[in-house]
Design a protein around this ligand. Structure first.
Ligand SMILES: C[S@@+](CC[C@H](N)C(=O)[O-])C[C@H]1O[C@@H](n2cnc3c(N)ncnc32)[C@H](O)[C@@H]1O
Length: 260
């Protein structure tokens, strides 16, 4: 199988404000009176949330963890973090019990939430908080069309596992975690107005740095052109462009907070 290409920090940062808004909405729900311990930005990426975390909890050790060398290089340059780890979340063992594990737009890339989330919660200091946001777009046209067209273009590279939703409804997370402490869970649909994009539908300009990455990897370069042209055409029907070439792209996100 071809390896999944590394993240592209420039492409990801193109919609920095839209991507940061949910991180900031999640952080707004984190209580100020955290116990002693470091703050962990789990899947910190390019460090976009680092400055928010640093400003909210000044004087605390702030650590980031990610597996993308390209994203970590940008996170390092922000100067927000005391320590950055290049390590997979699945294997992570903190040296000191964290006061806050903050994870924005990351855990949708990992499976087995029923095993992973309680394991993360067990790392927390007593009174500590696990705060998570993930996209809940599995049934949105942007994501359904990508999967449907990819299956049509390369049925031999597609299986049922690729169709499975990685993110559950907020209530599922409430039920999963409520035995471990106090949980709040909610969802928000952001009405995103995307600017016109050169040579592509504005929604593709948004999805190509995230959900499309593993799909294009699976398809292989030879099939990118046909797939991308069909995806753009289908997006034009699902998200008609406004007269100036921009488009409205509703985007659902799932949030939860556990205090142990
Ligand atoms: C959409 S970005 C989000 C980055 C950042 N949290 C933000 O809010 O901008 C997802 C990040 O998760 C990282 N990631 C994905 N799977 C991971 C894993 N198993 N372990 C650690 N990091 C992972 C990727 O490398 C990428 O930087």
């Amino acid at each position: 199988m071809r390896p999944v290409t590394d993240w592209n920090p420039e492409s990801y940062a193109r919609f920095a404000a839209l991507r940061l808004r949910p991180a900031s909405d999640l952080l707004a729900q984190v209580p100020q009176d955290l116990p002693a311990g470091p703050v962990i930005d789990l899947g910190c990426g390019n460090g976009a949330a680092g400055r928010l975390l640093r400003n909210r909890f000044p004087g605390r050790r702030l650590e980031g963890l990610d597996t993308s060398a390209a994203m970590l290089a940008v996170a390092t340059a922000t100067g927000s973090y005391d320590l950055l780890h290049n390590a997979p979340i699945e294997d992570w063992q903190p040296d000191d019990a964290p006061a806050l594990i903050f994870s924005n737009a990351v855990l949708q890339w990992l499976g087995d939430h029923a095993g992973l989330l309680p394991r993360l919660a067990r790392h927390l200091a007593p009174g500590g908080v696990l705060a998570v946001q993930m996209p809940g777009q599995h049934e949105a046209p942007s994501h359904v069309l990508a999967r449907t067209l990819a299956r049509e273009v390369a049925p031999d590279r597609w299986n049922a596992a690729h169709d499975r939703a990685a993110v559950a409804d907020p209530e599922t997370y409430w039920r999963l975690l409520s035995g471990l402490g106090s949980v709040t869970a909610w969802e928000t649909t952001y009405i995103q107005h995307l600017p016109p994009a050169v040579d592509r539908h504005p929604v593709r300009a948004f999805t190509e740095s995230t959900v499309l990455r593993p799909i294009l990897d699976r398809l292989g370069k030879a099939q990118d052109a046909g797939f991308l042209a069909s995806y753009d055409a289908a997006l034009d029907v699902a998200y008609p462009r406004l007269p100036d070439g921009s488009a409205v792209f509703p985007f659902r996100r799932v949030f939860f907070l556990l205090r142990v």
